[in-house]
Structures are given as C-alpha cells and as structure tokens.
Design a protein around this ligand. Structure first.
Ligand code: KIV
Ligand code: ZN
Length: 530
C-alpha cells in the first residue's frame, strides 16, 4: 500500500529506500576511520551511486564527527540524498545532530535507544517505563528540527515482543516517520525477521503510515539473508554499507543486497535507485581510503567474483557467459578491457581515462602530479592497467591534503652491506631530512622517516600485495601504526616496493595526525613533532 513520507513523497509500492551507513556504522569500526576530506569524497561517490539516505556520522561523538556531518550536509542540493545524523536520546545529542544536519537540503535525525532486557538492565540501568519515556521525549525533540525522523530499537531482535510493540507505538505517536528494528548483535536468523516485522506491522496502531527499516549485523554471516527476509516481511528501507564494513563482523553489504534484489527480481520484486555499474568504483574508493581491501572471493566486488579458473568453467563461459555467471561483470562496473595507456599517451588521454574510471573532474594540480607519476610508471612498466592508474590517482587525489609528503628517497642495500636510507619529507610545506641504517631496506626507510619527523608509534602490520601480475607490477603496501591504542592503516603503491612502503608509512602517519586533530580540542593537540 502506498506510503507518503516527508522526504520521499508518495513511494511506489515496490520501491525500497537504500540507507547507507558506511560513513557512520562502517566508519566506527576499528581501523576504518576517515578524515573530513575522505568522508566528503566517499559521500560524493555514494550520492553518484544513488543511495537515498546517507548516514553521515554521529555528531556528538567528537568535534571531527560533527564537522564531517555538517560539511556533508552543506554539500548536497535537494537533488542529492537525505543527509542523516545519529543521536542517542539525551537532548544534547539530539541538538548536536540537529545542528550538524541543519544546512542540508534534505535532512533526517536518527535517534536510538536500547530496548532489550539485557541492554536496559546492564547498559542503561533503566526500567522499561523509563526507556519508553525516552523514546517519546527523544522523537518529540527530534521532530522539532526536521519532519524526517528515524527511531531505532537498539538490540531490537532480542527485545520482548510486547515491549517492542509499545516502544514502536510510542515512537510513531511522537512523530517518527521511519522505524528501524536493528539486529545489533547479528543474532537473528531470517525466520526471526519475518516473525518480528510481521508482528509489529500487524499489532502496532499507525504502523501502516510509517516506513519500516532493517539494519543487520553480520556476526553469523546472515546480514544479507536477514535483510532480504525483512523485505519479504514488508520492510521498505534497508540499511547497509559498502563492502559490508561495520562494527565487528560488519553490516549487510550494500552491493550484495542490491545485486540479490536485481538478480532475483523474480523472487523479490522490488525497485531501488542504485546505479549498479558504479558499485565497483565505490567499493574500490572505500578500500583505498580505508586501506582495507576486500577478500578476493567477496561477492560482487572481490577480484575473483567473476574470474573463472577451471577449464570446464572457462569453456562454458566462452560459449555462453550465463553458464557460470548469474549477472554480468559490467552490470556492477567490471570492465573486460582494462588495458589502458602507454608511455606515449598524453594528458588529454590520461584525463579521459580518469573520467572513464569515474574520477570526474580532477583539479589541475592533482592531475599534473598524477600525470607525472603515470609517465614515470609507464617508463618502468610495459603495460599500464586501469588498476595501476586507479592506484596512483588514489594516492594523489585522496591524499591531496596530507600534511606530510614524501618528496625524496634514496636507498642503498645489497649482499653483505648495511642497508642505508635517506628520506626527504615536506611537513606543512617545510623540508625535513632523515638518514638511517636499518635491519633491511624497509626498516632503514622507516627509521629515516622517524628521524625527519620524530614521533612515537608502534608498527603493527606491514603487508605487500601486487596490484596486477608480472615482475614489473606495482606493489601495494599496507602499514598499520598504533598510538595510544588507536590504529590507522596507510597504503602506498609503486613498482618499487621500498618506495611503496615509504608512501604507505607516510599515509598512515597523516591519518594519525588527522585523528589527533579530530579527537583532541586545539589546546591539547601535541606539537607537530611530538
Ligand atoms: O546496530 C545498531 O543497533 C545500530 C543502531 C545505532 C541503529 O547501529
Ligand atoms: Zn549497527
């Protein structure tokens, strides 16, 4: 039956609202934090992908979170997505979310409180009646700042059915327009989704006037299956993240839910606004920004998702791809011909390639730097693939605002000689040099970086992967640094593994500096060289 919603008007009967929480639930998982520029870049990509609602962050959590949500709110016009800020029930939380999303052309406040017996007793230390009062007061206050209010029953799938119905009824009466029942701990099975949503929709007065939403975590690997089951039980909004990132085992992966809906339209006939050929590009951008690649066998976006290794499969695919492919690689953004430019290609061809790869209009300075690195790469590498271009452009574009830049590196090493490295950095525009010997060329390089820019951190992970095949392939290095229990990952790509390592270390260092700035008020920020 048709529902009228303040942000979406009258929704077509089969339309599913895609709510993306990559920038909130996704970002709050360890190692996945992003700075404001990275969040904005991701937000643009999500808008191009066609998400309907973008949960931009949790404004009360830190000044950095507030600023990110506010910047995203300012960024989109009324043709863009609804920008949403999360809040608990305290008035200060709600007012912070309201203030952060105020500039948005289309805005939502998402307020939540725990409703399960365990959470109410142990976490909130509140009686159920007190929680019910909080539902009413929080939604009422949120509605004073926007007509589009979502209310969530945290740990909803472990909540007593009668109490859940009372909470949902209170939220609707107070003016919530979307009711979300999250499987916060990833405990539910698909049958639970059907049971819970059917029950609430049948029992709660006014349920036919609101949108129901599913938000599933993946602790048992069931987040996508549960989300599809919830849709079958009448849910009209699904909450998901790119690459399935999120607390612990993550959230339902947007690309998997959307492609399941598209591929199995016969079984679950629905529509949504996602431009599926943009899925891969969005997934890769997130992997670059967060420095976490998806596993090779990840559905839809893993590098093996459309690769056929066995002879029998290859033979079948060559005769007719549908023998082993249930969707086309192109439908999610994979291109069959990824061979691109050579060393004679000019700037115009390079710019065209960037547009084709979905980078839009890259600023002149960034284009110049990326083009210089491309020429350098094309001199060293016989064949330059799309993946190579993406790796080096991501280095330049995503990290354009870094405070610390690697501008020079010299390494000498060999059998029976002590490896030596000299490094030149530019820190806020000022050149700094460091020179060191080490236990191997990478170790020497990292020590030289620490000389040029003194800092105390723990190196928690060093990993090397090749971007494409062949001995001239670019190495993609991941470096994980730790400071006071906070982890950051940096990535760098180059045909020279030591250069890639230095880039990755410097990238991680920049993320650490950004994190310090985001979490500490200005008077407590350590001096740059601390
Ligand atoms: O998993 C959860 O319960 C949440 C809520 C804040 C919606 O992320
Ligand atoms: Zn969640």
């Amino acid at each position: 039956m048709a529902i009228t919603h303040p942000s979406f008007g009258t929704l077509a009967d089969d339309r599913i609202i895609i709510f993306d929480t990559t920038l909130r639930d996704g970002e709050q998982s360890p190692g996945f934090s992003m700075n404001i520029q990275e969040k904005l870049r991701m937000a643009e990509a999500l808008a191009e992908l066609g998400v309907d609602v973008m949960e931009a962050g949790f404004p009360i959590a830190s000044p950095g979170d507030f600023e990110s949500v506010q910047s995203i709110a300012k960024h989109f016009s009324k043709d863009g997505p609804v920008v949403c800020g999360l809040s608990r029930t305290a008035p200060a939380d709600i007012l912070s979310a309201a203030e952060a999303i105020r500039p948005a052309a289309r805005k939502r406040i998402h307020t939540f409180v725990s409703t399960s017996p365990l959470h109410m007793r142990v976490k909130l230390r509140l009686e159920p009646e007190q929680v019910l009062d909080l539902v009413t007061s929080s939604v009422t206050l949120a509605r004073q700042h926007t007509d589009d209010v979502e209310w969530s029953a945290e740990d909803g799938t472990r909540t007593e059915p009668d109490f859940l119905c009372r909470c949902v009824e209170a939220a609707i009466k107070a003016g919530a327009t979307t009711i979300n029942i999250p499987d916060t701990v990833g405990y539910a099975v698909p049958e639970d989704m059907i049971r819970i949503f059917t029950m609430v929709r049948e029992r709660v007065p006014g349920a036919d006037k609101v949108i129901f939403s599913a938000h599933n975590h993946n602790d048992l690997g069931l987040a996508v299956a549960n989300t599809l089951a919830a849709i079958r039980a009448g849910v009209r909004q699904i909450e998901s993240t790119i690459n399935g990132i999120g607390e612990r085992a993550g959230n339902a992966s947007l690309e998997e839910v959307v492609m399941a809906l598209r591929t199995r339209h016969d079984a679950i006939p629905t529509s949504n606004g996602i431009v599926t050929p943009k899925i891969l590009k969005t997934s890769k951008l997130l992997a670059t920004i967060t420095s976490f690649d998806v596993q090779p066998n990840k559905a839809i976006v893993g590098r093996n998702a459309f690769a056929h290794e066995s002879g029998i499969h290859q033979d079948g695919v060559l005769k007719d791809a549908s023998t082993y492919e249930i969707m086309t690689p192109e439908s999610v953004g994979w291109t069959t011909n990824s061979l691109v430019l050579g060393k004679h290609s000019g700037r115009a061809a390079f710019r065209d390639k960037l547009r084709a790869l979905g980078y839009g209009e890259v600023g002149d300075n960034q284009l110049n730097d990326a083009f210089r690195r491309f020429k350098d790469l094309a001199d060293r590498k016989k064949v330059v693939y799309d993946e190579d271009v993406a790796a080096l452009v991501d280095d330049e574009v995503v990290r354009g605002n870094d405070r610390v830049k690697l501008v020079g590196l010299n390494v000498s090493t060999g059998l029976g000689t002590k490896p030596m490295a000299s490094v030149t950095l530019e820190v806020d525009g000022e050149r700094r040099d460091g020179m060191a010997s080490g236990d191997g060329a990478v170790d020497a390089t990292f020590i030289a970086i620490r000389q040029a820019f003194p800092h105390e951190v723990g190196l928690k992970l060093y990993a090397v992967q090749s971007v494409t095949g062949g001995t001239d392939a670019q190495a993609r290095v991941t470096v994980r640094l730790e400071e006071h229990g906070k982890l950051v990952d940096g990535q760098g790509a180059d045909t020279d593994t030591i250069v890639a390592s230095a880039r990755a270390y410097v990238h991680a260092l920049n993320k650490l500096l950004a994190k310090r700035e985001r979490t500490a008020p200005p008077e407590f920020q350590p001096a740059l060289s601390a």
